[in-house]
Write a protein that binds this ligand. Structure first.
Ligand code: C5P
Length: 324
């Protein structure tokens, strides 16, 4: 009798544990969804394979109101036509616009003409570091941590050489414009931020005739970078960041802010380094002595800062505050 009961017990335990394992495997990428009067598990695969996925819009109203997953991030021939609204705004940023259609044509006979980063999915966990140029990086010893991420995006002239301990040495993407250009390593994507059509023309010239040496200031006639790694921010993306994330503050968003929002769209986990002014509002760099007020000029550093902090509060990014 006791043997029989023990056998029943073992059967029951085996049944329960296999049911539990099955349910665990089935629902491990699922969400608990609350509907009007009841809640239930929905076998909807989560957005990515990281523990928290940036693009998951279910957990923040503030975020989901602003985040547009289908906005074109990078320019190619197919998505190059601009809406009247974007075209008007973008042309308003430049003094003398050239022939956009002609320039696009030249661009994509030279640089990769494809849709980048359409690989998001439940099996991907792409971790990223967005590294700004703030002086708060000095003494931080973040270098080894930064170099661990899949993508390391750097901005403008922020150097690595001589600062490896604090900023790392890996650079997968460098976001720049002609006036902030520098030479890149072989494994780095040059991501052009085009404030004007002349910037697109400069990019073409830098890889061909090298005849453009001046915009509103002197610019390098050429740049060391891999042609097949060139990418270009889409003007519509610039306008989207201005409208949805900078909420119309400043004249246009800063390079760092644009890069951070770009990372929200192409990464599953976003870590932010080197953002932040000094306590008295000075925009300092880790590599030079420039001290400008972040509220002067074309950007609204204060509002951008508030948005970046809000992104952290909503669990969308992780800010590494640095040292000073
Ligand atoms: O000064 P620069 O534009 O080259 O810096 C790159 C980016 O780093 C900025 O656009 C800004 O987003 C960020 N930054 C910052 N605080 C600083 C300096 C730069 O947040 N003190």
């Amino acid at each position: 009798m006791v043997v029989l009961q023990l056998r029943h017990f073992l059967y029951l335990a085996a049944l329960l544990s296999s049911t539990f394992t099955f349910l665990f495997l089935y629902f491990q990428n699922s969400k608990l969804v609350f509907t009007y009067n009841f809640y239930s598990f929905v076998s909807e695969r989560s957005q990515c394979a990281c523990s928290i996925c940036v693009a998951d819009r279910g957990n923040s109203n503030w975020f989901s109101k602003r985040y547009q997953p289908n906005i074109p991030l990078l320019l190619n021939r197919t998505n190059s036509v601009l809406s009247a609204k974007v075209s008007r705004w973008w042309n308003g940023l430049q003094s003398n616009a050239g022939n956009y259609t002609e320039v696009v044509d030249q661009l994509f006979s030279l640089f990769p003409d494809k849709e980048h980063y359409s690989d998001a999915g439940p099996d991907r966990c792409r971790t990223c570091a967005v590294v700004g140029n703030s002086g708060n990086l000095l003494g931080s010893h973040y270098g080894p941590l930064i170099d661990q991420y899949d993508f390391v995006m750097r901005i403008n002239k922020g150097p690595t050489e001589g600062y490896e301990k604090d900023v790392g040495s890996k650079t997968t993407h460098r976001i720049l414009y002609p006036e902030s250009a520098m030479d890149l390593g072989n494994s780095t994507h040059l991501v052009l931020l085009p404030f004007k059509i002349l910037d697109l023309q400069w990019l073409i010239s830098a890889f061909t005739t090298k005849h453009i040496t001046e915009t509103y200031i002197k610019v390098p006639s050429t740049i060391r970078a891999k042609k097949d790694k060139v990418m270009i921010f889409h003007p519509e993306f610039l306008r989207y960041v201005y409208d949805n994330w900078a909420e119309g503050h400043g004249l246009y968003p800063s390079t760092g802010f644009l890069t951070l929002i770009f990372a929200l769209h192409v990464c599953d986990e976003v870590n932010v380094f080197g953002f932040g002014a000094t306590s008295d509002g000075k925009w300092h760099h880790y590599f030079d002595e420039t001290l400008t007020s972040y509220e002067l000029g074309v950007h609204s550093g204060k509002f951008e800062n508030e948005t970046v902090n809000r992104l952290q509060q909503q669990n969308k990014i992780l800010i590494h505050k640095g040292w000073t």
